[in-house]
Design a binder for this molecule. Structure first.
Ligand code: 1Q0
Length: 215
């Protein structure tokens, strides 16, 4: 039997996964990056079924990356840096329009990378929020400043609608399962800089390789 504890999400765990993403040379380990997203998806699933269209897409993208990792060229996918180099050198990426490589690691990870910016902005807001702050508003603002710019009108509409179903701040904190609101704040304070760093390292890498707009 599966212990209830195993099913429970703890924010701490997920955030720890992001901590282990960065090597000392500031490379990002794909395995841990993907594990971080898995945890976030589990969290999202605790929030209700209105989010399932979002989690389906996230799970799909996570799976594409895992398949690369476990595939015969897996050794090239150990870090995001090696993945980018390998796929670009071997011309495995559609650079200007969708074509032969709809599941390239580069374009797939870029979608999650953009979502990580949303997470960063959302957690920043959560960290500076007060008891009467509205999670739907925080989520919408973070989305409009980040992911929304990459989404079609239909997706923006659907996302916007789902955000109104977000639970309030107190429930949110409960589901995170790390203790009192003060403890949640402490965990956020520890982890936000790490998420920001992973985001920035990836952003710089993609910028240097001119692949921030992959179709
Ligand atoms: C809790 C609420 C979660 C809100 C998540 C915001 C993201 C909204 C995204 C809505 C669109 C999803 C539907 C599909 C979109 C795709 O078209 C798009 C582009 O891909 P493609 O292949 O068509 O070019 N896909 C994406 O942009 C990827 C979206 C991935 C979203 C992953 C969200 C994972 C969320 C985790 C919830 C974390 C809650 C954190 C709370 C604090 C705990 C640490």
């Amino acid at each position: 039997a599966v212990a209830l504890e195993d099913l429970k999400f703890t924010l701490q765990e997920v955030l720890d996964t992001f901590k282990s993403c960065l090597s000392e040379h500031k490379e990002v380990f794909l395995e841990h990056y993907v594990a971080g997203w898995r945890g976030l998806v589990r969290f999202m699933n605790c929030l209700g079924s209105v989010f399932s269209f979002i989690s389906k897409d996230a799970v799909n993208k996570i799976q594409i990356l895992v398949n690369h990792l476990n595939g015969e060229n897996g050794a090239h996918y150990v870090t995001i840096q090696s993945m980018v180099k390998y796929e670009l050198d071997s011309q495995l990426v559609d650079l200007t329009k969708r074509g032969s490589f709809p599941e390239s690691g580069c374009r797939t990870l870029l979608r999650l990378h953009r979502a990580l910016r949303w997470l960063e902005l959302f957690l920043e807001r959560l960290q500076t929020s007060t008891e009467d702050s509205n999670t739907s508003v925080m989520c919408t603002e973070a989305y409009n400043e980040s992911l929304a710019q990459h989404h079609t009108w239909i997706i923006r509409k659907a996302a916007g609608t789902a955000f109104w179903a977000l639970p309030g701040r107190a429930t949110f904190f409960d589901v995170m399962n790390v203790g009192s609101p003060e403890q949640v704040m402490a965990v956020l304070g520890d982890t936000l800089p790490l998420i920001s760093e992973v985001y920035q390292v990836t952003e710089d890498l993609y910028a240097q390789n001119n692949i921030l707009e992959l179709p």
